[in-house]
Ligand binder design. Structure first.
Ligand code: MIG
Length: 685
């Protein structure tokens, strides 16, 4: 059951697809107060209550015990103390033996989630502007609650199948030659690869929708060549449009009046990578259509995937703010006396980027009427995603295009995926990535993953290896790193062969993982779940923070610590462990429920599978297009007939019908003949 409560005058955020009439009764369960113009909801938490949700945010799967703030931010260098990341996903589930409740705030402005932070026994949720719709969801299980929320907000985005291949990326690739070298280094070593990302250096002066004529003399031919090698190019697009006379996107945007304004009606400008930029008013439909059509030359050049960046939006500085900082410094210079002023001096410059005064000076005009940006800040990235996705659909309605964004809001999960932003080459960020996955899924973002190896800082070989072992299972499997960091392509490392073998497991599992993903998307379920969803009555499982359920019957438990030779895994029921070393080299170990120490050398990683759930492995290959998805080895621990419905399609159909695409596989109970009840069966489907 879903109930809707309206406060103030909410705007249409495009988050919800189900039109519900607002309730006339007051909101139950919560204590409602109105601080200033805001709305504040409080709820007492029982000691055994756990909280899931908030999508992209730091800390555990269970969000209890910290304060989060929905305010999309460019936070390179985030840690467990960071209250706001790149996205705002205002959905939270309260779960205890006596309560199961979903709370969704459809609010485009800042929202604070004090979840047992100020008082450990109380959740206090504050909408700062108080114009919002609140939805209460009540169902009889966590899985049903997740499904009901997805019905409310719409089906998750479907990427093309090739987007499940391994993607290599690095900030700094600057020419066709360089990209060809990266490709060659992979292919020569038989490291599977499906795509290479082009970061901002492919553009002329970082101008969107341009490419450097010397470095990329014939992009259509380059893209064609890559496709012959079963590879695709995935260029980046930033939010800002450089304000340069004669630059077509700027000229057409200005002529159409499509940019965000200041209060006086002039275009708002701020510097980002291209220098001074104007910012498309994605909240306006005409601006979205204009922007979505700008992708056309790239699509016509054969590009089939994009990543959208800097769309919080990130602002390096505005002229006004820089001048203010200089004024402050000049004023201080004469009277500079003590250390206290040193802090003011530092602050004068460190507060220049992503400054609140700047955000407050931006205006949108969704329906002709000006709306101040800070009231709707969290929509910006989502509406950029919407503009792009709609543009792709206009260009080719019959083909899925890859799209993942840095910033997002619930609703954007229908139009694209997200990557988890600028993580670091830290073991703690490996764990954070794992913990973020199920909450992103709960909020509808199924196509997601982190920068494998870590974006900032220098990776070590073992950390990259362990990141890849998580990445084998994440829908977006991308190795990405920042300019000036240690080179992070697999082939740079002496142990590249073990890393290649790890990636080969992804390719052996790709048809199966794709099937699990598509089934999750098409049935409004989750691909990754906290263990609580499958074992709600098992208090150990409910509190497990370093393992995830995957698809219908699997569980992952990656090694998250340096120098570990294994780890403890909690098995809520009897399972089969597949301990992988490569696509062809793995152990099948039946394990009974309880805590188990699993020995895992650096080149080994496990997948756990419930009984009677077959896992299908193909022979692998170097691109998703080269896999034989008819011949499989099914492995299964079984004590009765085991069945699986394998989803297969052409990888591009944007409107697939689940039932038409399923091939039913049955392993009769007597397939397993050995003592542990483990079956290995060759299938031709
Ligand atoms: O200010 O395009 O998160 O993935 O490599 C940095 C350069 C801008 C931030 C993205 C990152 C990308 C980088 N971008």
């Amino acid at each position: 059951m879903i109930r809707k409560y309206t406060f103030g005058q909410p705007m249409d955020t495009d988050a919800v697809v189900q039109a519900l009439p607002p309730e006339t009764e007051p909101l139950p369960y919560f204590t409602l107060t109105r601080p200033g113009q805001g709305i504040c909801l409080s709820l007492a938490l029982s000691p055994d209550e756990v909280l899931f949700g908030l999508g992209e945010s730091v800390r555990g799967m269970n969000k209890r015990g910290f304060r989060y703030r929905s305010w999309n931010s460019d936070v390179f260098n985030h840690t467990e103390s960071t209250e706001s990341l790149y996205a705002s996903h205002n959905f939270l589930v309260f779960f205890s033996p006596s309560r199961l409740l979903g709370l969704y705030l459809d609010d485009p402005g800042p929202v604070t989630w004090d979840l047992g932070y100020t008082r450990s026994d109380t959740a206090v949720i504050t909408s700062e502007f108080g114009d919002l719709n609140v939805y209460l969801l009540e169902e009889d299980s966590l899985a049903a609650l997740a499904r009901s929320f997805r019905r409310l907000t719409g089906r998750s985005y479907l990427p093309p199948r090739w987007a499940f291949g391994y993607i290599q990326s690095r900030w700094g690739y600057a020419s066709e030659q360089e990209v060809r070298t990266v490709v060659r280094e992979h292919r020569e070593r038989h490291i599977p690869l499906d795509a290479v990302c082009l970061d901002i250096d492919y553009m002329v002066d970082f101008k969107n929708f341009t490419w450097k004529p010397d470095a990329f003399p014939d992009l259509p031919a380059f893209s064609r060549d890559m496709k012959k090698e079963h590879l695709r190019l995935v260029p980046i697009i930033d939010a800002g449009i450089r304000t340069e006379e004669g630059y077509a996107p700027y000229e057409s945007g200005r002529a159409g009046g499509f940019f965000c304004r200041k209060e006086d009606g002039s275009d708002f400008t701020a510097a980002v990578w291209p220098g001074m930029c104007a910012f498309p008013d994605f909240l306006r439909e005409d601006a979205r259509i204009w922007f979505g059509d700008l992708y056309r030359p790239l699509l016509e050049a054969g590009i089939e995937g994009f990543w959208n960046d800097m769309n919080e939006p990130a602002l390096f500085y505005t002229d006004e703010n820089v001048q203010k900082a200089f004024r402050r410094v000049r004023e201080m210079q004469d009277g500079f006396v003590d250390y206290e002023q040193m802090w003011f001096l530092k602050d004068a410059f460190s507060s220049i980027a992503n400054n609140m005064d700047d955000y407050r000076s931006i205006f949108h005009r969704p329906d002709g009427q000006p709306v101040r940006h800070d009231r709707v800040h969290n929509l910006y990235g989502a509406f950029m995603t919407r503009a792009s996705a709609d543009g792709f659909r206009r260009f080719d309605p019959d083909r899925r295009i890859l799209l993942f964004s840095r910033s997002s809001f619930i609703g954007a999960h229908r139009n694209g995926g997200v990557w988890q932003g600028d993580n670091f080459s830290w073991w703690s960020h490996l764990k954070m990535a794992l913990q973020m996955l199920p909450n992103l899924n709960l909020c509808g973002f199924l196509y997601t993953g982190c920068d494998l190896g870590g974006f900032g800082c220098n990776v070590t070989e073992d950390l990259l290896e362990r990141f890849l072992q998580l990445g084998v299972f994440t829908p977006l499997m991308r190795n990405h790193s920042a300019l000036h960091t240690r080179e992070q392509e697999i082939y740079r490392f002496s142990s590249w062969e073990t890393m290649r073998d790890t990636v080969s497991v992804r390719y052996a599992l790709l048809p199966f993982l794709y099937s699990e993903f598509m089934k999750a998307a098409l049935t409004d379920s989750m691909y990754f779940r906290p263990l609580a969803f499958d074992y709600p009555a098992d208090s150990r499982a409910v509190r497990t923070e370093d393992q995830l359920m995957l698809g219908e019957g699997c569980m992952i438990a990656p090694v998250l610590e340096q120098n570990a030779a294994g780890r403890y895994v909690y098995l809520p029921e009897d399972m089969l462990m597949i301990r992988f070393r490569s696509a062809l080299d793995y152990d099948l170990v039946p394990l009974d429920r309880g805590d188990r120490w699993i020995s895992l050398r650096l080149n080994e990683f496990p997948l756990f599978v419930k009984k009677n759930h077959p896992v299908l492995l193909c022979a692998g290959g170097e691109s998703s297009e080269l896999l034989d998805d008819r011949r499989f080895t099914a492995v299964c621990r079984m004590d009765r007939d085991a069945a699986y419905g394998l989803y297969r399609d052409d990888g591009f159909d944007p409107r697939p019908v689940l039932e038409d695409r399923l091939t039913r596989v049955t392993l009769p109970a007597d397939t397993a003949r050995n003592a542990g009840g483990v079956a290995i069966s060759e299938l031709l489907l």
